[in-house]
Structures are given as structure tokens and as C-alpha cells.
Ligand binder design. Structure first.
Ligand code: GLV
Ligand code: GLV
Length: 324
């Protein structure tokens, strides 16, 4: 196809090779950093397809600057970085990469659950500092998991995968979701409850909702106050789902036991309060960061883009209205 495609940052070759095989022109932003809004604005005119990242804010201005743009393929499952309504109004297809990152993200969620409950990062620092003078009955005690309750906020693909893993840890599973998740409840003893109940009863609370107007600050001062003092909060979804200032205060005041976060409200900036606390584990938005998953995401984003530009229905379209 003699189509012209722009990629906002280098992604694994598995995806770039596919694009190069099918598209006439494939330009990749040459620097290994996030493009500025102005830089994307300059690149978009004349392009038929755009492959972008969750770190790119694709707003109405960029979408309207895309005089030939037919598809925006996001290299992520979340697509809160794209003004989908504006794209739909311009009849531009938007796609994402669901499914392929479910297990990797659920695994990182569990790494964080175990990391915060069993104080892995703190223990590593302690051991390296030469503070280990022998086994001790009270040394670095952490939270129990077996027999305790996990609360999954948002039981979509990733939340369900986290729940399946929780069954292996012999935990009671509560979840919130817009609708009953029949598949989940058929395979696991999982119970859908109101958020308030989940917050009150869970020992580990893990967030798996997309970021929307309704989920921004879903977990704020009041919700944190409704949790057990021994509870741990895990977030591998999107930073703004949690009111970070309220979380810092709750951790300082001992309202909850700890938090493990892969995402941040003002990413990549991190609330300075979080950096000072020992009862916090922080990772740099690496939920999907495995070799295999990042390759699969690259192939999926490329396949979506190629399909859209070949006038075939892309497998992972998020605004199917544009085709109607
Ligand atoms: C990662 O955060 C993603 O949405 O893919
Ligand atoms: C995302 O893939 C989700 O449904 O959790």
C-alpha cells in the first residue's frame, strides 16, 4: 500500500517490520523520548496512519491537523490519552491492544502485592545495608495472604486474571464491576459487591478500571478512610484513579498499611511524599513490560493499523461507530 504512516517512538521490530512490509512510508520519531505536542502536530499532516503511545496526548488539535488521517493505533490497552470523541467526529478509527498484556499486567500486580505485603524492597535495602545480623522473631514481619480477602476493583480482563491468581493464594475474592462477571463467578468463588463493601472487607485492594471521568479519583480521602488499617492498596491501572495526595496522607497517618503503585497521577512526576515512605513500593509503569508482551503489542498495533488502512475492520477497534 502506498500509505504513509508515522510512529511516535521506536517500538519492538516485530511491529515495525510488519508496517514496513505493508506500508509505503513508515517514519519513526528518531529520538528515544516522548514527543512534544508541537512535534506531533508537525508530523501528522499528510499521514494516513498514526501509531502512538499512552504517553502521547492525542487531542482534538492533533486529530484536526490530520488532514489525511484514517486511523490512530494506540500501543496500549488504555486509550484515555486519545480524544476518541474527536476522532470519531472526524471518522478516524482508534484501536488499542487488549488481551496480549493481560497476563503480564496481572503478574506485575502480583509482584507488587507480594512485594508490599512481604516488604521485599525494604528487606533488600536492609540486607544490602549490612543490617542483617541473623534470624530474628520480629524481623520484617508483613501481611498475610492465605485466608484473607482480595478486592478487585474492575473485573475486566486484567482484574479477572488477578482474581484467578488470587485463588492460588487461597484468598477470598470480592470484586466490583458494572455488571456481573459470569465467567469469573463460574470458574471462581468470587462475589460482586458494592465498592463500599469491598473497601471495608478487603485486605488487599487492587485497581483495574480504565481511566474515565467516572473513575478519576475513584479512590480518595473517604474511600481510604473506609479501608482497614491493615489494608494494602495496589494500582496498576491509571494514576489518576487514585487521589495521590490523599493516599500520601493516609499512608502517613497509618490509615492503611501500605501501597504499591505502577502508575502515578502526574506521571512521570511522583508525589514527593510517596518517595519518603517505607510502606510504599513503586515501579515505573511496567505492567506490560515483558519481552513477549511488548512484541505482541507491537504486532497487534501494526495489524490494527494495516487493517484500518486496507479498509478492513481492525480487530481491536474502540470506536466502531466510525464504520457504521
Ligand atoms: C498500559 O498501561 C496500557 O494501557 O497498555
Ligand atoms: C483490560 O484489558 C481489561 O479489560 O482489564
Amino acid at each position: 500500500m502506498s500509505v504513509n504512516v508515522f510512529v511516535t517512538r521506536r517500538i519492538p521490530d516485530a511491529g515495525l517490520d510488519l508496517l514496513r512490509k505493508h506500508c509505503g512510508t513508515v517514519d519513526v520519531f528518531p529520538e528515544d523520548r516522548v514527543m512534544t505536542h508541537a512535534e506531533i502536530m508537525r508530523e501528522v499532516p499528510g499521514r494516513d496512519g498514526l501509531l502512538c503511545l499512552l504517553t502521547d496526548t492525542i487531542d482534538r488539535r492533533i486529530i484536526e491537523a490530520g488532514d489525511r488521517l484514517r486511523i490512530i493505533a494506540n500501543y496500549a490497552v488504555g486509550y484515555n490519552n486519545i480524544d476518541v470523541a474527536a476522532a470519531t467526529a472526524e471518522r478516524i478509527i482508534v484501536t488499542n491492544t487488549p488481551g496480549v498484556l493481560t497476563d503480564a499486567t496481572a503478574d506485575l500486580t502480583w509482584a507488587l502485592i507480594l512485594g508490599i505485603c512481604r516488604r521485599i524492597v525494604e528487606s533488600d535495602r536492609f540486607t544490602r545495608a549490612g543490617d542483617f545480623h541473623g534470624w530474628a522473631p520480629m524481623l520484617l514481619r508483613g501481611g498475610d495472604l492465605a485466608g484473607r480477602t482480595i478486592g478487585i476493583v474492575g473485573a475486566g480482563r486484567i482484574g479477572s486474571a488477578v482474581a484467578r491468581r488470587a485463588a492460588g493464594f487461597d484468598m477470598t475474592i470480592l470484586y466490583t464491576n458494572r455488571s456481573l462477571n459470569k465467567d469469573l463467578e463460574q470458574s471462581l468463588p468470587a462475589r460482586r459487591v458494592p465498592l463500599e463493601t469491598l473497601l471495608r472487607e478487603a485486605d488487599v485492594i487492587s485497581l483495574h478500571v480504565p481511566l474515565t471521568d467516572e473513575t478519576k479519583h475513584l479512590i480518595g480521602r473517604e474511600e481510604l478512610a473506609g479501608m482497614k488499617k491493615t489494608a494494602y492498596l495496589i494500582n496498576t491501572s491509571r494514576g489518576p484513579v487514585v487521589d495521590e495526595a490523599a493516599l500520601v496522607q493516609a499512608l502517613k497517618d497509618g490509615d492503611i498499611a501500605g501501597a504499591a503503585l505502577d502508575v502515578f497521577e502526574e506521571e512521570p512526576a511522583i508525589h514527593p511524599g510517596l518517595l519518603e515512605l517505607d510502606n510504599v513500593v513503586l515501579t515505573p509503569h511496567t505492567g506490560s513490560a515483558t519481552w513477549g508482551t511488548r512484541d505482541s503489542m507491537a504486532v497487534m498495533a501494526a495489524e490494527n493499523l494495516i487493517a484500518g488502512l486496507s479498509s478492513r475492520r481492525p480487530p481491536n477497534i474502540v470506536n466502531p461507530d466510525v464504520l457504521g
